[in-house]
Design a protein around this ligand. Structure first.
Ligand code: UDP
Ligand code: MG
Length: 339
């Protein structure tokens, strides 16, 4: 009897990608057609797009039964998209890649070869950041420097979210069910043996990046607070140091007053002390607030995403014995849109 082919799911989060989706499918398909011995499927996640992304996905699914799509009820963010993809991809290997062709499909054969060689994961790493603004590159470098110093997980600075992972690694990632997800950190946290493949940065052929500077800044703060409590330690250390200095200063002032009597106003000293301590206090409350915010969001334990439409059950019915499964109990499906 013929050995069953290994299955590979390509997870693609898409948000307003009408300009590139056809191109993405064509280019990726060209590469996948050259790889023998595997059964591929696509798992597109429409992250609440407001353009024709969903229409295009329906079209692709109608043309190719290997195309599976999930469509969220609104924009939940790329992290939610990746999580949904991993959760529904029941294949032996799972590839995560962007829809904008900035993650070259030409790397897929080498990635598959790496996991076949025994690596648990093979991830892409940018050699350059051409086409990216200098401010964004500098900000990103600073983030990795701070984050790698503060946290136990060491993140590769030029790593992108383009990787293939073994079933075991995907299952481990799914065990981390936090609502506020930071995939780069999660990939590093779960460990496993990763092979890095470098590639030259590619610019988007069409459409535009969804990230604003402010969006990236918030994402970076979330990344640090999700993996480290070092900022909290900083606050307490700062408190200790300032208390020691304050104590010494109080003793000196007391002695001076006892020996020389009450001196003149001390306006500058008082003002400096009030402003300095006020600043430190605001900062400390802010840091505490970040963590409380995280606890609050996690405590609510809301679903990470809601699916409005998907072609999963149809796909399951269409090809018997397929490896894809549906976990209906955890998401809200709109039954009107499902067959
Ligand atoms: N994306 C998404 N939801 C979002 C933002 C982005 O699913 O809220 C997808 C997007 O469609 C693309 C990938 O995430 O496939 C990377 O997005 P983008 O190209 O905007 O990011 P950049 O390459 O600039 O980091
Ligand atoms: Mg991009």
């Amino acid at each position: 009897m013929e050995k069953p082919k290994k299955t590979v799911a390509v997870v693609v989060p898409c948000y307003n990608e009408e300009d590139v989706l056809h191109m993405f499918y064509k280019e990726t398909q060209k590469i996948l057609n050259t790889i023998n011995g595997y059964e591929f499927c696509y798992l597109f996640i429409d992250d609440g797009s407001r353009d024709k992304t969903l229409l295009i996905l329906r079209e692709l699914a109608a043309l190719d039964h290997h195309v599976i799509y999930l469509s969220f009820s609104r924009n939940f963010g790329k992290e939610a998209g990746i999580y949904a993809g991993l959760k529904h991809a029941d294949a032996d290997y799972v590839i995560v890649m962007d829809a904008d062709l900035q993650h070259p499909p030409t790397l897929i054969p080498a990635m598959i070869q790496a996991v076949e060689e025994g690596y648990d994961c093979c991830a892409a790493m940018r050699l350059s950041r051409t086409g990216e603004s200098k401010i964004r590159s500098a900000f990103s470098r600073t983030f990795y420097k701070i984050s790698n110093r503060l946290t136990d997980v060491k993140m590769e600075q030029n790593a992108v979210d383009f990787r293939i992972m073994s079933r075991q690694m995907v299952d481990s990632i799914l065990e981390l069910s936090e609502v506020q997800r930071f995939s780069k950190g999660i990939f590093a946290w779960v460990g496993y043996h990763t092979k890095w493949i470098p590639y030259e940065n590619v610019e988007r052929p069409a459409g535009k990046s969804k990230w604003s500077f402010w969006g990236l800044f918030k994402y970076a703060i979330d990344g640090i607070t999700a993996f480290s409590i070092a900022p909290l330690r900083l606050v307490s250390t700062m408190g200790c140091i300032i208390s020691v200095f304050a104590f010494i200063y109080i003793i000196i002032t007391l002695i001076q007053t006892l020996i020389f009597g009450i001196d003149v106003p001390g306006y500058v000293t008082t003002l400096c002390a009030v402003l300095f301590l006020g600043g430190i206090m605001e900062l400390s409350i802010g840091i505490l607030g970040e963590y409380i915010g995280h606890i609050y969001m996690e405590a609510k334990d809301r679903p990470i995403y809601l699916i409005k439409e998907a072609n999963l059950p149809k796909r399951r019915a269409a090809s018997s014995g397929t490896v894809y499964s549906v976990q209906r109990n955890e998401e809200n499906y709109d039954t009107n849109t499902m067959e």
